[in-house]
Design a protein around this ligand. Sequence first.
Ligand code: MN
Length: 435
Amino acid sequence: MTKIDHTHDPKLKSWVESANDNSDFPIQNLPFGIFSYDGARPRGGVRIGDKILDIFAALTAGLFAGDLFEAAEAASQETLNSFLALGEGPRRALRKRLSKLLAEGAEEAKRVARCLHDCDNVKMHVPTRIGDYTDFYVGIHHAINVGKLFRPDNPLLPNYKYVPIGYHGRASSIQPSGTSIKRPMGQTKALDADAPWFGPTQRLDYELELGIWIGQGNPQGEPISISKASASAAGFCLLNDWSARDIQAWEYQPLGPFLSKNFGSTISPWIITPEALAPFQIPQPKRPPGDPEPLAYLLDEQDQQSGAFDIELEVLLQTPGLAKQGLQPHRLSLSNTRHMYWTVAQMIAHHTVNGCNLQPGDFLGTGTISAPDRTGFGSMLETTEGGKHPVELASGEQRAFLEDGDEVILRARGRRDGYVTIGFGECRATITPAR
Ligand code: MN
Protein backbone atom coordinates (compact mmCIF):
# COMPACT_ATOMS: atom_id res chain seq x y z
CA MET A 1 0.00 0.00 0.00
CA THR A 2 1.33 3.42 -0.93
CA LYS A 3 2.14 5.34 2.21
CA ILE A 4 0.49 8.52 3.44
CA ASP A 5 3.02 11.19 4.42
CA HIS A 6 3.26 14.94 4.97
CA THR A 7 2.77 15.62 1.21
CA HIS A 8 -0.88 14.56 1.74
CA ASP A 9 -1.46 16.88 4.74
CA PRO A 10 -4.80 18.62 4.05
CA LYS A 11 -3.51 21.79 5.74
CA LEU A 12 -0.71 22.11 3.19
CA LYS A 13 -1.18 25.08 0.81
CA SER A 14 0.89 26.41 -2.06
CA TRP A 15 2.20 29.91 -2.68
CA VAL A 16 0.81 29.36 -6.22
CA GLU A 17 -2.60 30.63 -5.22
CA SER A 18 -4.63 29.01 -8.02
CA ALA A 19 -3.64 25.62 -6.54
CA ASN A 20 -5.60 26.33 -3.34
CA ASP A 21 -8.94 27.14 -4.94
CA ASN A 22 -10.67 23.80 -5.65
CA SER A 23 -8.21 23.12 -8.44
CA ASP A 24 -7.76 19.62 -9.88
CA PHE A 25 -4.10 20.31 -9.12
CA PRO A 26 -3.57 21.29 -5.46
CA ILE A 27 -0.13 20.77 -3.91
CA GLN A 28 -1.27 17.28 -2.81
CA ASN A 29 -1.44 16.16 -6.48
CA LEU A 30 1.77 17.21 -8.36
CA PRO A 31 1.35 15.19 -11.59
CA PHE A 32 4.04 14.96 -14.28
CA GLY A 33 3.59 15.72 -17.97
CA ILE A 34 5.32 16.78 -21.18
CA PHE A 35 4.73 20.32 -22.43
CA SER A 36 6.11 22.73 -25.00
CA TYR A 37 5.79 26.46 -25.58
CA ASP A 38 6.84 28.84 -28.34
CA GLY A 39 7.90 25.91 -30.52
CA ALA A 40 10.67 24.92 -28.08
CA ARG A 41 11.41 21.20 -27.67
CA PRO A 42 8.91 19.35 -25.47
CA ARG A 43 10.10 18.81 -21.89
CA GLY A 44 8.92 17.57 -18.53
CA GLY A 45 6.81 19.65 -16.19
CA VAL A 46 4.82 19.41 -12.98
CA ARG A 47 1.34 20.83 -12.74
CA ILE A 48 0.41 23.10 -9.83
CA GLY A 49 -2.89 25.04 -10.01
CA ASP A 50 -2.98 26.79 -13.38
CA LYS A 51 0.84 26.76 -13.71
CA ILE A 52 3.46 24.30 -14.90
CA LEU A 53 6.83 24.03 -13.24
CA ASP A 54 9.50 23.62 -15.93
CA ILE A 55 11.72 20.90 -14.44
CA PHE A 56 14.66 21.61 -16.76
CA ALA A 57 14.61 25.28 -15.75
CA ALA A 58 14.40 24.31 -12.07
CA LEU A 59 17.30 21.91 -12.53
CA THR A 60 19.37 24.64 -14.18
CA ALA A 61 18.49 26.96 -11.30
CA GLY A 62 20.11 24.45 -8.92
CA LEU A 63 16.92 23.47 -7.12
CA PHE A 64 17.64 19.73 -7.11
CA ALA A 65 20.81 18.38 -5.51
CA GLY A 66 22.29 14.93 -4.83
CA ASP A 67 20.04 11.94 -5.59
CA LEU A 68 17.26 14.30 -6.55
CA PHE A 69 19.31 15.59 -9.47
CA GLU A 70 19.08 12.24 -11.27
CA ALA A 71 15.30 11.97 -10.79
CA ALA A 72 14.70 15.58 -11.85
CA GLU A 73 16.95 15.16 -14.88
CA ALA A 74 14.96 12.09 -15.97
CA ALA A 75 11.73 14.04 -15.48
CA SER A 76 13.02 17.00 -17.53
CA GLN A 77 13.51 15.08 -20.78
CA GLU A 78 11.47 15.02 -23.98
CA THR A 79 9.51 11.97 -22.79
CA LEU A 80 8.95 10.54 -19.31
CA ASN A 81 10.01 6.96 -20.15
CA SER A 82 13.28 7.08 -18.19
CA PHE A 83 11.65 8.90 -15.26
CA LEU A 84 8.91 6.26 -14.97
CA ALA A 85 11.60 3.55 -15.20
CA LEU A 86 13.21 4.85 -11.98
CA GLY A 87 10.35 3.47 -9.92
CA GLU A 88 8.82 4.47 -6.63
CA GLY A 89 11.85 5.56 -4.55
CA PRO A 90 13.15 8.41 -6.74
CA ARG A 91 9.59 9.40 -7.72
CA ARG A 92 8.56 9.71 -4.07
CA ALA A 93 11.75 11.65 -3.20
CA LEU A 94 11.13 14.11 -6.06
CA ARG A 95 7.52 14.55 -4.97
CA LYS A 96 8.67 15.45 -1.44
CA ARG A 97 11.13 18.02 -2.78
CA LEU A 98 8.52 19.53 -5.15
CA SER A 99 6.01 19.70 -2.31
CA LYS A 100 8.55 21.60 -0.20
CA LEU A 101 9.49 24.00 -3.04
CA LEU A 102 5.86 24.81 -3.83
CA ALA A 103 4.54 25.00 -0.25
CA GLU A 104 3.57 28.26 1.38
CA GLY A 105 6.58 29.81 3.06
CA ALA A 106 9.18 28.03 0.89
CA GLU A 107 12.42 30.00 1.04
CA GLU A 108 13.15 29.16 -2.63
CA ALA A 109 9.73 30.50 -3.79
CA LYS A 110 11.18 33.42 -5.79
CA ARG A 111 13.61 31.17 -7.68
CA VAL A 112 10.90 28.57 -8.34
CA ALA A 113 8.46 31.24 -9.57
CA ARG A 114 10.86 32.06 -12.40
CA CYS A 115 10.46 28.44 -13.64
CA LEU A 116 6.65 28.56 -13.93
CA HIS A 117 4.61 28.81 -17.14
CA ASP A 118 0.93 29.66 -17.53
CA CYS A 119 -0.98 26.55 -18.63
CA ASP A 120 -2.83 28.60 -21.22
CA ASN A 121 0.41 29.29 -23.11
CA VAL A 122 1.64 25.72 -23.48
CA LYS A 123 0.85 22.69 -25.56
CA MET A 124 0.61 19.31 -23.84
CA HIS A 125 1.95 16.12 -25.42
CA VAL A 126 1.58 12.37 -24.94
CA PRO A 127 3.90 11.96 -21.93
CA THR A 128 5.88 8.88 -22.99
CA ARG A 129 7.06 7.24 -26.18
CA ILE A 130 4.51 4.44 -25.90
CA GLY A 131 6.02 1.16 -27.04
CA ASP A 132 2.91 -0.92 -26.60
CA TYR A 133 -0.68 -0.33 -25.60
CA THR A 134 -3.03 -2.99 -24.23
CA ASP A 135 -6.72 -2.47 -23.52
CA PHE A 136 -8.40 -4.66 -20.90
CA TYR A 137 -12.09 -5.33 -20.23
CA VAL A 138 -12.27 -5.23 -16.43
CA GLY A 139 -15.44 -3.14 -16.07
CA ILE A 140 -17.86 -5.98 -15.30
CA HIS A 141 -21.06 -3.94 -15.68
CA HIS A 142 -19.88 -2.87 -19.15
CA ALA A 143 -19.06 -6.47 -20.04
CA ILE A 144 -22.54 -7.59 -18.93
CA ASN A 145 -24.32 -4.71 -20.71
CA VAL A 146 -22.48 -5.25 -23.99
CA GLY A 147 -22.82 -9.03 -23.70
CA LYS A 148 -26.61 -8.62 -23.29
CA LEU A 149 -26.84 -6.75 -26.58
CA PHE A 150 -25.14 -9.62 -28.41
CA ARG A 151 -26.21 -12.61 -26.26
CA PRO A 152 -29.32 -11.80 -24.17
CA ASP A 153 -29.35 -15.25 -22.49
CA ASN A 154 -25.64 -15.52 -21.83
CA PRO A 155 -24.16 -12.04 -21.43
CA LEU A 156 -20.93 -12.94 -19.64
CA LEU A 157 -18.70 -15.56 -21.28
CA PRO A 158 -17.39 -18.25 -18.88
CA ASN A 159 -13.76 -17.05 -18.99
CA TYR A 160 -14.58 -13.55 -17.67
CA LYS A 161 -14.31 -14.33 -13.95
CA TYR A 162 -11.03 -16.23 -14.41
CA VAL A 163 -9.12 -14.21 -17.02
CA PRO A 164 -8.52 -10.43 -17.04
CA ILE A 165 -9.57 -10.17 -20.72
CA GLY A 166 -7.62 -7.80 -22.98
CA TYR A 167 -6.44 -7.15 -26.53
CA HIS A 168 -3.41 -5.42 -27.99
CA GLY A 169 -4.28 -1.90 -29.11
CA ARG A 170 -2.51 0.65 -31.29
CA ALA A 171 0.02 2.99 -29.62
CA SER A 172 0.62 5.24 -32.64
CA SER A 173 -2.88 6.76 -32.68
CA ILE A 174 -3.02 7.74 -28.99
CA GLN A 175 -3.47 11.53 -28.84
CA PRO A 176 -3.34 14.09 -26.04
CA SER A 177 -6.52 15.84 -24.90
CA GLY A 178 -7.57 18.63 -27.25
CA THR A 179 -6.64 16.85 -30.50
CA SER A 180 -9.73 16.36 -32.67
CA ILE A 181 -10.74 12.89 -33.87
CA LYS A 182 -11.82 12.35 -37.46
CA ARG A 183 -14.87 10.13 -37.96
CA PRO A 184 -13.51 6.89 -39.40
CA MET A 185 -14.53 5.29 -42.67
CA GLY A 186 -14.98 1.56 -42.81
CA GLN A 187 -16.97 -1.53 -43.65
CA THR A 188 -20.25 -2.07 -41.90
CA LYS A 189 -23.04 -4.53 -42.51
CA ALA A 190 -26.66 -4.12 -41.49
CA LEU A 191 -28.15 -7.31 -40.01
CA ASP A 192 -30.62 -7.68 -42.88
CA ALA A 193 -28.16 -6.75 -45.66
CA ASP A 194 -26.53 -9.34 -47.90
CA ALA A 195 -23.23 -7.51 -48.25
CA PRO A 196 -21.28 -4.85 -46.35
CA TRP A 197 -21.43 -1.12 -47.09
CA PHE A 198 -18.41 1.21 -47.12
CA GLY A 199 -18.68 4.69 -45.64
CA PRO A 200 -18.33 6.81 -42.48
CA THR A 201 -19.26 5.05 -39.25
CA GLN A 202 -22.85 5.75 -38.20
CA ARG A 203 -22.30 4.53 -34.64
CA LEU A 204 -19.39 6.49 -33.25
CA ASP A 205 -19.03 6.03 -29.50
CA TYR A 206 -16.73 6.89 -26.59
CA GLU A 207 -15.43 4.61 -23.84
CA LEU A 208 -14.74 5.86 -20.31
CA GLU A 209 -11.53 4.24 -19.09
CA LEU A 210 -8.68 4.61 -16.64
CA GLY A 211 -5.22 4.57 -18.25
CA ILE A 212 -2.18 3.06 -16.52
CA TRP A 213 1.45 4.05 -17.23
CA ILE A 214 4.01 1.29 -16.78
CA GLY A 215 7.19 2.15 -14.88
CA GLN A 216 9.63 -0.67 -14.21
CA GLY A 217 8.83 -3.50 -16.61
CA ASN A 218 10.17 -7.05 -16.84
CA PRO A 219 12.64 -8.97 -18.98
CA GLN A 220 10.99 -11.27 -21.50
CA GLY A 221 10.34 -14.67 -19.95
CA GLU A 222 10.23 -13.34 -16.36
CA PRO A 223 6.69 -12.62 -15.17
CA ILE A 224 5.90 -9.89 -12.63
CA SER A 225 4.41 -11.63 -9.59
CA ILE A 226 1.10 -10.38 -8.21
CA SER A 227 2.77 -9.23 -4.97
CA LYS A 228 5.12 -6.94 -6.93
CA ALA A 229 2.80 -5.93 -9.76
CA SER A 230 1.31 -2.75 -8.30
CA ALA A 231 4.83 -1.27 -8.10
CA SER A 232 5.02 -1.46 -11.92
CA ALA A 233 2.13 1.01 -12.28
CA ALA A 234 3.94 4.37 -12.28
CA GLY A 235 0.91 6.54 -12.90
CA PHE A 236 -2.63 6.99 -14.12
CA CYS A 237 -4.67 9.12 -16.52
CA LEU A 238 -8.04 9.17 -18.29
CA LEU A 239 -8.53 7.32 -21.55
CA ASN A 240 -11.27 7.70 -24.13
CA ASP A 241 -11.13 4.59 -26.31
CA TRP A 242 -13.19 5.90 -29.27
CA SER A 243 -15.13 3.05 -30.85
CA ALA A 244 -17.02 2.65 -34.15
CA ARG A 245 -19.71 0.18 -33.08
CA ASP A 246 -20.93 -0.71 -36.56
CA ILE A 247 -17.42 -1.42 -37.82
CA GLN A 248 -16.76 -3.37 -34.60
CA ALA A 249 -19.87 -5.55 -34.94
CA TRP A 250 -18.84 -6.63 -38.47
CA GLU A 251 -15.11 -7.15 -37.89
CA TYR A 252 -14.71 -8.41 -34.31
CA GLN A 253 -15.12 -12.14 -34.92
CA PRO A 254 -12.98 -14.19 -34.63
CA LEU A 255 -9.98 -12.07 -33.52
CA GLY A 256 -11.43 -9.03 -31.73
CA PRO A 257 -11.39 -5.26 -32.26
CA PHE A 258 -9.26 -3.83 -35.08
CA LEU A 259 -10.20 -0.78 -37.24
CA SER A 260 -13.18 -0.01 -34.97
CA LYS A 261 -10.69 1.12 -32.31
CA ASN A 262 -7.30 1.99 -33.79
CA PHE A 263 -8.27 5.23 -35.59
CA GLY A 264 -7.71 7.21 -32.38
CA SER A 265 -7.66 7.15 -28.60
CA THR A 266 -7.52 10.27 -26.40
CA ILE A 267 -5.73 10.58 -23.05
CA SER A 268 -5.53 13.24 -20.37
CA PRO A 269 -1.93 14.47 -20.49
CA TRP A 270 -1.02 14.49 -16.77
CA ILE A 271 0.44 11.38 -15.13
CA ILE A 272 -1.20 11.18 -11.71
CA THR A 273 1.22 9.28 -9.48
CA PRO A 274 0.41 6.35 -7.18
CA GLU A 275 1.65 8.61 -4.34
CA ALA A 276 -1.00 11.25 -5.16
CA LEU A 277 -3.67 8.53 -5.23
CA ALA A 278 -2.63 6.90 -1.92
CA PRO A 279 -5.57 8.40 0.03
CA PHE A 280 -8.04 6.93 -2.46
CA GLN A 281 -6.87 3.31 -2.31
CA ILE A 282 -9.57 0.91 -1.10
CA PRO A 283 -9.99 -2.85 -0.65
CA GLN A 284 -10.97 -4.69 -3.81
CA PRO A 285 -14.79 -5.00 -3.54
CA LYS A 286 -15.87 -8.53 -2.58
CA ARG A 287 -16.91 -10.75 -5.46
CA PRO A 288 -20.60 -11.72 -5.44
CA PRO A 289 -21.41 -15.07 -3.78
CA GLY A 290 -20.89 -17.92 -6.22
CA ASP A 291 -18.09 -16.23 -8.17
CA PRO A 292 -14.83 -18.22 -8.29
CA GLU A 293 -11.71 -17.17 -6.38
CA PRO A 294 -8.99 -15.79 -8.65
CA LEU A 295 -6.33 -18.40 -9.48
CA ALA A 296 -3.31 -18.28 -7.16
CA TYR A 297 -1.12 -16.24 -9.53
CA LEU A 298 -3.76 -13.47 -9.42
CA LEU A 299 -4.43 -13.54 -5.69
CA ASP A 300 -2.48 -11.53 -3.14
CA GLU A 301 -3.77 -10.54 0.27
CA GLN A 302 -2.21 -7.07 0.23
CA ASP A 303 -3.60 -6.42 -3.24
CA GLN A 304 -7.08 -7.51 -2.12
CA GLN A 305 -6.80 -5.17 0.88
CA SER A 306 -5.69 -2.03 -0.92
CA GLY A 307 -5.35 -2.65 -4.67
CA ALA A 308 -8.55 -0.91 -5.80
CA PHE A 309 -9.28 2.82 -6.11
CA ASP A 310 -12.19 5.07 -5.22
CA ILE A 311 -11.99 7.59 -8.05
CA GLU A 312 -15.06 9.32 -9.43
CA LEU A 313 -15.27 9.23 -13.24
CA GLU A 314 -17.44 11.64 -15.22
CA VAL A 315 -18.43 11.96 -18.89
CA LEU A 316 -19.76 15.23 -20.32
CA LEU A 317 -21.05 15.87 -23.83
CA GLN A 318 -20.84 19.27 -25.50
CA THR A 319 -22.77 19.58 -28.77
CA PRO A 320 -23.02 22.38 -31.36
CA GLY A 321 -26.65 22.92 -30.23
CA LEU A 322 -25.80 23.23 -26.54
CA ALA A 323 -22.91 25.58 -27.32
CA LYS A 324 -25.04 27.77 -29.59
CA GLN A 325 -27.64 28.26 -26.85
CA GLY A 326 -24.98 28.89 -24.21
CA LEU A 327 -25.99 25.73 -22.31
CA GLN A 328 -23.66 23.66 -20.13
CA PRO A 329 -22.29 20.34 -21.39
CA HIS A 330 -24.65 17.43 -20.66
CA ARG A 331 -23.50 14.89 -18.08
CA LEU A 332 -23.76 11.48 -19.72
CA SER A 333 -22.30 9.46 -16.90
CA LEU A 334 -20.98 9.41 -13.35
CA SER A 335 -19.08 6.22 -12.57
CA ASN A 336 -16.25 5.08 -10.29
CA THR A 337 -13.11 2.96 -10.55
CA ARG A 338 -14.50 0.73 -7.78
CA HIS A 339 -16.50 -1.05 -10.51
CA MET A 340 -13.40 -2.81 -11.83
CA TYR A 341 -13.65 -6.61 -11.45
CA TRP A 342 -9.83 -6.97 -11.53
CA THR A 343 -7.21 -4.77 -9.85
CA VAL A 344 -4.38 -3.02 -11.69
CA ALA A 345 -1.92 -5.51 -10.13
CA GLN A 346 -4.01 -8.42 -11.41
CA MET A 347 -3.98 -6.90 -14.91
CA ILE A 348 -0.16 -6.55 -14.83
CA ALA A 349 0.45 -10.01 -13.30
CA HIS A 350 -1.79 -11.59 -15.91
CA HIS A 351 -0.26 -9.63 -18.81
CA THR A 352 3.23 -10.89 -17.93
CA VAL A 353 2.44 -14.40 -16.60
CA ASN A 354 3.31 -15.99 -19.96
CA GLY A 355 6.63 -14.12 -20.08
CA CYS A 356 5.42 -11.13 -22.10
CA ASN A 357 7.68 -8.16 -21.34
CA LEU A 358 6.26 -4.78 -20.32
CA GLN A 359 8.52 -1.78 -20.82
CA PRO A 360 8.78 1.68 -19.19
CA GLY A 361 6.26 4.02 -20.79
CA ASP A 362 3.93 1.24 -22.00
CA PHE A 363 0.27 2.00 -21.61
CA LEU A 364 -2.69 -0.07 -20.36
CA GLY A 365 -6.39 0.75 -20.50
CA THR A 366 -8.79 -0.79 -17.99
CA GLY A 367 -11.65 -1.14 -20.44
CA THR A 368 -14.89 0.77 -20.07
CA ILE A 369 -15.83 1.35 -16.43
CA SER A 370 -19.60 1.44 -16.09
CA ALA A 371 -21.54 1.80 -12.86
CA PRO A 372 -24.39 -0.69 -12.26
CA ASP A 373 -27.14 1.66 -13.50
CA ARG A 374 -27.80 3.90 -16.50
CA THR A 375 -26.60 7.10 -14.80
CA GLY A 376 -23.10 5.63 -14.79
CA PHE A 377 -22.77 3.70 -18.04
CA GLY A 378 -19.42 4.36 -19.72
CA SER A 379 -20.46 4.30 -23.39
CA MET A 380 -23.35 5.42 -25.62
CA LEU A 381 -23.83 1.78 -26.67
CA GLU A 382 -24.96 1.05 -23.12
CA THR A 383 -26.71 4.35 -22.28
CA THR A 384 -28.88 4.27 -25.43
CA GLU A 385 -29.06 0.44 -25.60
CA GLY A 386 -27.46 0.29 -28.99
CA GLY A 387 -29.16 3.50 -30.16
CA LYS A 388 -32.71 2.42 -29.25
CA HIS A 389 -33.21 5.06 -26.55
CA PRO A 390 -31.47 8.29 -27.60
CA VAL A 391 -30.27 10.78 -24.99
CA GLU A 392 -32.39 13.96 -24.85
CA LEU A 393 -30.41 17.19 -24.49
CA ALA A 394 -31.54 20.56 -23.08
CA SER A 395 -30.95 22.07 -26.54
CA GLY A 396 -33.70 19.86 -28.00
CA GLU A 397 -31.10 17.70 -29.72
CA GLN A 398 -31.05 13.91 -29.43
CA ARG A 399 -28.09 11.57 -29.53
CA ALA A 400 -28.18 7.84 -30.25
CA PHE A 401 -24.44 7.98 -31.03
CA LEU A 402 -21.95 10.83 -31.48
CA GLU A 403 -22.33 13.37 -34.29
CA ASP A 404 -19.79 15.59 -36.04
CA GLY A 405 -18.96 18.65 -33.94
CA ASP A 406 -19.71 16.83 -30.66
CA GLU A 407 -17.09 17.07 -27.96
CA VAL A 408 -16.66 14.39 -25.28
CA ILE A 409 -15.05 15.45 -22.00
CA LEU A 410 -13.87 12.96 -19.38
CA ARG A 411 -12.99 14.02 -15.83
CA ALA A 412 -11.89 12.20 -12.68
CA ARG A 413 -11.60 13.09 -9.00
CA GLY A 414 -10.26 11.43 -5.89
CA ARG A 415 -12.32 12.55 -2.90
CA ARG A 416 -12.17 11.35 0.68
CA ASP A 417 -13.00 12.86 4.07
CA GLY A 418 -9.92 14.27 5.73
CA TYR A 419 -8.02 14.71 2.47
CA VAL A 420 -7.80 17.35 -0.23
CA THR A 421 -9.71 16.42 -3.40
CA ILE A 422 -7.48 15.96 -6.43
CA GLY A 423 -8.44 15.76 -10.11
CA PHE A 424 -6.97 14.30 -13.28
CA GLY A 425 -7.57 17.32 -15.54
CA GLU A 426 -9.57 16.86 -18.70
CA CYS A 427 -9.54 14.31 -21.48
CA ARG A 428 -11.45 16.01 -24.30
CA ALA A 429 -11.75 15.83 -28.06
CA THR A 430 -14.14 16.97 -30.78
CA ILE A 431 -15.40 14.81 -33.66
CA THR A 432 -14.63 16.17 -37.13
CA PRO A 433 -16.37 14.95 -40.32
CA ALA A 434 -15.12 11.94 -42.26
CA ARG A 435 -14.86 13.94 -45.51
MN1 MN B 1 -11.90 -0.06 -24.60
